[in-house]
Write a protein that binds this ligand. Structure first.
Ligand code: ATP
Length: 235
């Protein structure tokens, strides 16, 4: 579904990604783990058209999308939930969800997806008239994910959905990610919480200072001594 080949991405003179390659097959949950500043968010931003690679190719469903405008990438079926769950604070839950669907013309489908999002996140249904800025951190994460689902993505890019959340909320969010995947959406998940990410992913990539240093089935990486040492707190 997605094939990233040898991409280089720069911020001015600083090279944030160095020849990164990775693949995501339809139906998978793939996770990208790595320390702070490794380049995880940069990769997602490049996939969703916010950054342009200087070198390399990105194939998505047989189309080349490297450097394409973000809007056309959303239209093609890639939704990005950025780090820090940016919701429009002065708008209600419902209005934020509506915005997620702004490119869609299939109004009947949008209506169904509203129902689907409220089924996935009952908490959002209870609070649909509430201003988003007053939601808790976990609820804002749910809203950011819900808004992305409203774009009807084939591929969902999630940037650190567990960040700053209490353990119980992290569990809830991860089980919803699995549910979204079971219902047919492919997922590329960036996480610092390597334990949780590896426990739900099919495959994983480890990124260090802009390069992929390991990859394989999630269960294999979870069992690797080196990965345990570096990313799983030695557990
Ligand atoms: P974190 O887990 O801390 O979010 P990350 O793996 O997502 O880290 P990135 O945000 O992709 O890392 O950053 C990769 C590198 O690019 C870092 O060295 C960072 O300082 C740098 N970088 C990120 N954004 C910019 C920017 N707008 N301008 C300059 N450098 C940047």
């Amino acid at each position: 579904m997605l094939k990233v080949h040898q991409i280089d991405v720069f911020y001015g003179n600083i090279q944030a990604l160095k020849g990164v390659s990775l693949e995501v097959q339809e139906g998978e949950i793939v996770t990208l783990i790595g320390a702070n500043g490794a380049g995880k968010s940069t990769l997602l931003k490049t996939l969703s058209g916010l950054l342009k690679p200087k070198k390399g190719t990105i194939q998505y469903l047989e189309n080349s999308i490297a450097g394409k405008p973000a809007q056309s990438i959303v239209k093609a079926g890639i939704s990005h939930v950025p780090e820090g769950r940016r919701v429009f604070a002065n708008m209600t839950v419902e209005e934020n969800l509506q915005l997620g669907a702004y490119l869609r013309k299939d109004l009947q489908g949008v209506k169904q997806d509203f129902e689907r999002v409220y089924e996935l996140f009952p908490r959002l249904l209870e609070r649909k008239k509430q201003l988003s800025g007053t939601l808790s951190g976990g609820e804002q994460q749910m809203l950011a994910m819900g808004r992305a689902i409203m774009a009807k993505p084939k591929l969902l890019l999630l940037d650190e959905p567990s960040m700053g959340l209490a353990p119980l909320m992290v569990k809830t969010i991860f089980s919803i990610i699995e549910e979204i995947n079971r219902a047919g959406t492919t997922i590329l998940l960036v996480e610092q919480n390597a334990h949780m990410a590896l426990s739900i992913a099919n495959r994983a990539y480890v990124i260090e200072t802009g390069s992929v240093v390991a990859s394989g089935p999630a269960a294999e990486l979870q069992a690797s001594e080196q990965i345990k040492e570096a990313y799983l707190g030695g557990l």
